[in-house]
Design a protein around this ligand. Structure first.
Ligand SMILES: [Zn+2]
Length: 268
């Protein structure tokens, strides 16, 4: 699933291609918007909020999309053929005189008044890559539920927006914190959150994310998707499990030696 840095990069590129331009073609291939045509409308800007994408138009409306697991926006020079998947997976086409932006497999494609954006992104905590990133605000939100596991708190977009299972796993390894550690027992929460922001920031231009600083294949992560392989620091075998509230369990990875479970680790 794309995490905050991937969405940020997608929106930056979309904004470069479409921002300030007038739509010469507009198609929404979703039932609720099938008859909506914004041809002639200008796109003021494209911005990310956490993992959400917001296309703001000069007619007072915003297109809200979200990638979830499989979605993607692709940008093509006008006239070039589209290659992001079969046609039936296309949910939106926004074209200008120079570029075609094509939204594939978007599970969320909706048009809302720009004034009502808060209804779709207002619940989000501080955006790790937003211009208004607020470290203290994120920490306050996480600390509001001290008995919850840090693993769950980091994925909760209402606490801070942008972290998924990849950054959660790597960040907790870097800080030596077991994913099930209760928030109240995390030794240096401020440093942990700060480091999370730095990881996303450092990766915002990279197509292949790396937390090790090594960009070679199979060297880019410490623990994520490395279950059963030796820890890069201590050679102990990496463990994995799924945990979280019922129905929202997500996979975590950790080194039992570098990230020892505290006695109070929360068991589900
Ligand atoms: Zn280790």
């Amino acid at each position: 699933m794309p995490e905050g840095d991937t969405v940020w990069r997608a929106c930056f590129r979309l904004n470069e291609a479409l921002g300030g331009k007038v739509l010469t073609r507009c198609e929404f291939r979703v039932p609720t918007l099938a008859t909506t045509d914004l041809t002639g409308v200008r796109i003021d800007e494209v911005v990310s909020r956490g993992k959400h994408q917001l296309f703001r138009f000069d007619n007072g409306f915003t297109l809200h999309t979200h990638f979830r697991m499989e979605g993607a926006w692709r940008i093509y020079p006008h006239g070039r053929s589209w290659s992001g998947g079969p046609d039936f997976q296309i949910r939106a086409v926004l074209a200008t005189a120079d570029h075609d932006a094509v939204g594939y497999r978007l599970p969320v494609t909706e048009l809302i008044p720009t004034a009502d954006e808060d209804q779709v992104v207002g619940h989000l905590g501080p955006d790790l890559l937003g211009p208004d990133w607020d470290l203290d605000g994120a920490i306050r939100r996480i600390e509001a539920r001290p008995g919850r596991t840090i693993g769950e708190a980091l994925l909760d977009q209402r606490n801070l927006a942008g972290i998924g299972t990849f950054y959660r796993a790597e960040l907790l390894f870097l800080q030596g914190v077991h994913p099930r550690t209760p928030v109240r027992d995390v030794a240096n929460l401020r440093r942990l959150v700060q480091r999370g922001q730095q990881l996303l920031y450092a990766n915002r231009w990279r197509t292949e994310q790396s937390t090790t600083g090594d960009l070679r294949p199979n060297r880019r992560t410490y623990v994520f998707e490395r279950p059963g392989l030796p820890c890069r620091r201590c050679k102990t075998l990496i463990r994995t499990e799924e945990f979280g509230t019922l129905g929202q369990e997500r996979r975590s990875y950790w080194c039992p030696r570098c990230q020892p479970a505290s006695r109070a680790a929360v068991q589900s």
